[in-house]
Design a protein around this ligand. Structure first.
Ligand code: RUB
Ligand code: MG
Length: 481
């Protein structure tokens, strides 16, 4: 491919055959309802036309190589070729949204690894593109039906926990590394008895020399059981079973189950296949599955290159996790409000409508596949409860790590502050109050009867993370497919 490649090349002339001439640019193609459709943000190299760039993406993510091969003739290649059918320039940039349709026959049923190996397999390193980002996918219901989906989903999780009508509350145990198992178990106990529903291993807790996994599980479950007995509520701790091999993960998960834990946890770093295996295991064993998206921002955050978190959300719903971290809006980590609304809809709703403002390029029908509980975590505290409830709704887990364990009166008081703030806000919302505007007053009023909440409000009132988001929507006037 070169800057002159848009001229028609004769079959045997020397040079790379333009992908657009090999049948991958099909402006007249109308996607069928069973096609997988992707929208990529393409930044072509200088001199590469957007149509050729889009065709190259279609080619390299389906059947093509850089020249026509004789063996194409042995296949129904017109069916197997992905078809780039539309490119829209993003005003004021050298980037384009390229729409590409893929026949459902290109993908193995029920396999995220296989889907990903096509769609993001080769093409992100392709030299004629300066950068490439997978923004969104429309996954046909026919393909969705080949996946297990969440091991349990939001409705069953609430039934297991017997908790309804409010977000769930959690905390990541801090410091992230270094506590001994017994001290660690104490933190879980304090946070749970103080009013949280869950505590959580952090992403990098495995089985290090300072705390081996078996000791952690034993002491944490002691804390979980004591807190459950004292409060009369179901309590849980996400036991991180992330490990070097599947055998190790199964061993840890089985031990967590045998100790009576209701939930286990894995990190995104274990890979798509391991996630699907653990999701199958979780359903078979009646255990909730929490996914920490460790590592995701290495490829989801930058606007021009990588994979949007909206796509990862779709893949993880298919793969079968019950929880996934999906952003806080108000906390310490990346997250444009509109984009996060889009991720939450993608994870929870049965039918998601196209909404370009929220980065949703397509209508997405999930059929009867259960929803995934999104987890809001990272730099949040009780003083933001009205904002969290307003933006994120009720089916969410609000996780306060520093915002529990850093409380001036101790861990249990930190947990109580969060529970009181949440219950006061839910009550106010149910009474029809305008929680977005009256939120700070509602919290102050509740704090009169709760010294724990008062201390939380006093110490964290000035904690905000107001930085510009990296990943924001580009809304074009044109409609989608
Ligand atoms: O440890 C924390 C948060 O701790 P704290 O509550 O003390 O800030 C989590 O790993 C991050 O939330 C992950 O990010 P994300 O949820 O965006 O994946
Ligand atoms: Mg963490």
């Amino acid at each position: 491919m070169s800057s002159t490649e848009n001229k028609k090349k004769s079959r045997w002339a020397s040079g790379v055959t333009p992908y657009s001439e090999m049948g991958y640019w099909r402006p007249d193609y109308e996607p069928s309802e069973t096609d997988v459709i992707c929208v990529f943000r393409v930044t072509p190299q200088e001199g590469v036309s957007p149509e050729e760039a889009a065709a190259a993406v279609a080619g390299e993510s389906s059947t093509a190589t850089w020249t026509v091969v004789w063996t194409d003739r042995l296949t129904a290649y017109d069916n197997y070729q992905a078809k780039a059918y539309r490119v829209d320039q993003i005003p004021g940039t050298d980037q384009y949204f390229a729409y590409i349709a893929y026949s459902i026959d290109l993908f193995e049923e029920g396999s995220i690894a296989n889907l990903a190996s096509s769609i993001i397999g080769n093409v992100f390193g392709f030299k004629p593109l300066k950068a490439l980002r997978l923004e969104d996918m429309r996954i046909p219901l026919h393909y969705i039906k080949t996946f297990q989906g969440p091991a349990h989903g939001i409705v069953v999780e609430r039934e297991y926990l017997d908790k309804y009508g409010r977000p769930l509350l959690g905390a990541t145990i801090k410091p992230k590394l270094g506590l001994s198992a017994r001290n660690y178990g104490r933190v879980a106990y304090e946070a749970l008895r103080g009013g949280l529903d869950f505590t959580k291993d952090d992403e990098n807790i495995g089985s290090q020399p300072f705390m081996r996994w078996r000791d952690r599980f034993l002491y944490v479950m002691e804390g979980v059981n004591r807190a459950a007995a004292e409060t009369g509520e179901v309590k849980g701790h996400y036991m991180n079973v992330t490990a070097a091999t599947m055998e190790d993960m199964y061993e840890r998960a089985e031990f967590a189950r045998d100790l009576g834990s209701v939930i286990i946890m894995i990190d995104l770093t274990v890979g798509y296949t391991a996630i699907q295996s653990m999701a199958n295991w979780a359903r078979k064993n009646g255990m909730l599955l929490h996914l920490h998206r460790a590592g995701h921002a290495t490829f989801t955050r930058q606007k021009t290159h990588g994979v949007s978190f909206r796509v990862i959300s779709k893949w993880m719903r298919l793969a079968g996790v019950d929880h996934i971290h999906a952003g806080t809006i108000v906390g310490k980590l990346e997250g444009d409000p509109n984009m996060i609304h889009g991720y939450y809809k993608t994870l929870r709703d049965s039918k998601v409508e196209m909404n370009l403002q929220e980065g949703l390029f397509f209508d997405q029908d999930w059929g009867s596949m259960p929803g995934v509980m999104p987890v809001a975590s990272g730099g949040i505290h009780a003083g933001q409860m009205h904002l969290l409830l307003h933006h994120l709704g009720e089916d969410v887990i609000l996780q306060f790590g520093g915002g529990t364990i850093g409380h001036p009166m101790g861990i249990s008081a930190g947990a109580t502050a969060n529970r009181v703030a949440l219950e006061a806000m839910i009550k106010a919302r149910n009474e029809g109050k305008d929680i977005l505007n009256e939120g700070p007053e509602i919290l102050q009023k509740a704090a009169r009867l709760s010294p724990s909440l008062q201390a939380a409000l006093d110490v964290w009132k000035d904690v905000t993370f107001n930085y510009e988001s990296t990943d924001t929507p580009d809304v074009l006037p044109t409609p989608s497919v």
